[in-house]
Design a protein around this ligand. Sequence first.
Ligand SMILES: Cc1cc2nc3c(=O)[nH]c(=O)nc-3n(C[C@H](O)[C@H](O)[C@H](O)COP(=O)(O)OP(=O)(O)OC[C@H]3O[C@@H](n4cnc5c(N)ncnc54)[C@H](O)[C@@H]3O)c2cc1C
Length: 401
Amino acid sequence: MEKVVIIGGGYAGIYALRELAKNKNIQITLIDKQTFHNLQPEVYDLIANKSNIADVTIDLTTLCLGINHDYLEYKNLNVKKIDKKTKKIYTEELEIVEYDYLVMAAGTRTFFPPQIPGLNSAHDIKKLNWAMFFKQSFENQLFKKIQDEAKRCDDTHIVVVGAGLSGVEIAAEMAYNSKMFFKRGNFSCDNLNISLVSSSDTILPGLSPKLISMSHKRLKSLGIKVITNTKLQECADNHLVLSNGTKIYHSFIIFTGGIEASTITSHLDVETNRRGQIIVNEYLQCPNDEKIFAIGDMAEIKNLKGDLMPPNVTVARISGTNAGKNILNHIKGKKLIKCDPKLEGTLIALGGKFAVGNLYDLVHVEGRIAYEIKKYVFSSYRKPLLKLIKAGYNKLKSYKV
Ligand SMILES: Cc1cc2nc3c(=O)[nH]c(=O)nc-3n(C[C@H](O)[C@H](O)[C@H](O)COP(=O)(O)OP(=O)(O)OC[C@H]3O[C@@H](n4cnc5c(N)ncnc54)[C@H](O)[C@@H]3O)c2cc1C
């Protein structure tokens, strides 16, 4: 029986898993260092206190139990190294897992430029424990403001460094949420400031000028100070220094400056780009090993026109399904399918029930309608997974009786 191992139970890994599980005669192992799939795009709701941990996670044990397959197992392991020659995966827990086919879906992490002194590499917004830390820090700041109200203390300052999609969404959600907090409580101390720092000459570099200007307008209306063409130079406990010479005293800082792929590829002898993403062919295989596939953020994926695909959920889902199909085809000796991701658009949540977006490069949407579309897209992803974890949970409970 062929052994297929997926490293990473994120968006890409789960889509590959669901496709692979259609073949009941292979052995599938899902490995993830976390016990849950982190719904990263929904984390801004968590930080702004609009949702809780259960809303932004999918339990991997119950998910795998809920999938109807006799030879599927989930292993909570942290992969350290892969030996291509012996087809063995080495883990921090010292367990060794063997494979015939390998799906690399370990995603990326925040890149912390080593040249910035004091930037603590542990503050990674992509990790749920740090999102929880930011959520608590944010709440503490709001509470501190009410406690110090009578003293009319100095402004509190939160700085978000990096004005890509995640930085912009988090800044907007915190600004909106704090505004609502002070308004609801009729508190007079609403001097909580949020700055968004971009090293480019604009926020959301790479997106259409119309989307940028709609987002900029919204950030301004929320009172966010947008600082462009400026780099973070130094980061200390209570202040940071920017390349324009400004020193900002901050209560806390969120760094979303860039991404880099997991280092587990370092012994794999595969070609990677400057972000460490694995360069794959049109079938999502590593060119020098037809039984190793890379998907999602971890891979450098192009469409058939040769355009580089951005790391996002749509590309992760499409590449996951495609790799799953191709492994099943490869096992049966059938022709492989080329991966040609099509982006349906971009939707940016900008605080409360407000979003802006661009659909199929044809139409721009703004306000409540854009927000509802974004919510619908993410709930349609989550719904089938919730069904599976419920089935898995019921199975687990029946074992215990
Ligand atoms: C704050 C934020 C907001 C975002 N907003 C959007 C948005 O609005 N729209 C959008 O399309 N995209 C958005 N993204 C990007 C999106 O989340 C990613 O593109 C997507 O998560 C990629 O999926 P993936 O499966 O490739 O990787 P991931 O979802 O990162 O999954 C990788 C998995 O691999 C596991 N793993 C990593 N290393 C190891 C190891 N050594 N051993 C075992 N397991 C390992 C991890 O635990 C994780 O479960 C956002 C990201 C962030 C951080």
